[in-house]
Design a binder for this molecule. Sequence first.
Ligand code: FAD
Length: 300
Amino acid sequence: MDYKIFENGDYGEVRFSEEMKNHTTFEIGGPCDVMIIPENKEQVLNTLKTIKEHDFSYMVIGNGSNLLVSDKGLRMAIIKLGEAFSQIKIEGEKVYAQAGAELAEVAKASIEEGLAGMEYVSGIPGNIGGAVTMNAGAYGGEMKDIVETVTCLGQDLEIRTYTNEDMHFSYRHSRVQEENLIVLEVELALEKGNQEEIDELYHSLTQRREEKQPLEYASAGSTFKRPEGYYAGKLIDDAGLRGYKHNNAMVSEKHCGFVINTGGAACDDVLYVIRHIQKEIYDKYRVKLQTEVKILGEEI
Ligand SMILES: Cc1cc2nc3c(=O)[nH]c(=O)nc-3n(C[C@H](O)[C@H](O)[C@H](O)COP(=O)(O)OP(=O)(O)OC[C@H]3O[C@@H](n4cnc5c(N)ncnc54)[C@H](O)[C@@H]3O)c2cc1C
């Protein structure tokens, strides 16, 4: 594939052979063929148009906090929205955030305005575009509860605004995944609340996360989806896999639902641990654990 075409044209910053490990919270992943960093809608549109014209494979990434990328890298174009896509605007109880805005920053801005609703998702280390794509959630709240509309670029190069209902939200799923949309902007509907109560909930959930999760290590959060009727972390613990290690990938001692990178882990090390867990849990409990983490460039 000749990605050199991206040298000529208005696409934003273009980087060849960019190491994906610098763009994932797992700190794992070899070079992608090309990374395009658009700074406005026009550049996103130009990028997708060129990708379509040349039939290139591509993927959009956010903060890379739900990704496990092959050490061999990715034979495709990666679109990562640039800094200019992190603007946040609040009008009354409505919050408008561009897709590249960090969820934590959107939460902070909303809470400062006395708006309730973002406390539950505030600690998720993704961008709002990634959070909407994944319908990310925590402690009983998920993006679906607060999203009013989502503006996306479609495969047909049209920009459309979808209502909450149009987004087909379900557990860690949205329409973005179904139709390979590119999220550009998100509108949230929050509610004026009692500042003290909002602050208290926010601080208690932040504390809970810090106590329970191995935030001192690189990871992509919960490795597996919650299997119906069970908790992945508990099954893994019950199976005696707490601290199970292969080279530098390990089941967290603090939270068995997390596979962590203890330093310099290869993608293969993490995959080895994931496969071992899946086999043990199936052999012991006949439960099939599916990865929540998106594995790119490798088969699971
Ligand atoms: C320490 C830790 C804790 C975590 N805790 C939670 C938690 O409590 N709850 C939870 O749900 N998740 C959690 N996660 C996982 C992760 O943070 C979420 O899935 C998050 O929503 C991913 O956002 P991102 O911007 O990093 O997306 P990425 O990981 O970059 O991408 C995830 C998916 O979204 C797509 N995507 C990203 N941006 C766009 C866009 N603009 N347009 C179209 N598609 C896009 C990508 O193609 C990919 O399919 C945790 C992760 C870590 C590391």
